[in-house]
Design a protein around this ligand. Sequence first.
Ligand SMILES: [Zn+2]
Length: 147
Amino acid sequence: MKTYSVRLFEHINTFYSIFLSNELPCLFKLAIVFLDKLFLLYNNYVEILSNVGDIMKIPKERRTYCPKCKKHTIHEVLVAKKRKASELKWGQRQFRRVTSGYRGYPRPLPSGNKPVKKLDLRLKCKECGKSHIGSSFRTGKVEFITK
Ligand SMILES: [Zn+2]
């Protein structure tokens, strides 16, 4: 799709140079310029579509609300890793209760692989040191950048 648009763009460019060399009515020239702009826009749109699989850039620091300080502070952005669930937590107790006995698993097991993994962001407050989970979303590659 991208190569096709680029080819079209080259085609238009050659026409453009031919028309510019001759003396042409002003309106016609304007129409050509308009077409050129349209193709540029289309090209940009195609580029955006084709860059879907690229690396996602996330800033290392973010100013957001801290539930402990009860105000907006600067937070460090980290990737939250899966921790071992405590056996005393309500969810884990419920899971043990539901899976015990003769009935099987409480919900259908996920089948197949997803193309991208889900990512959780852990936000660590720089004032009090407490951290909480921020947003979670699906992405391929992630890169943390400094602003
Ligand atoms: Zn805090």
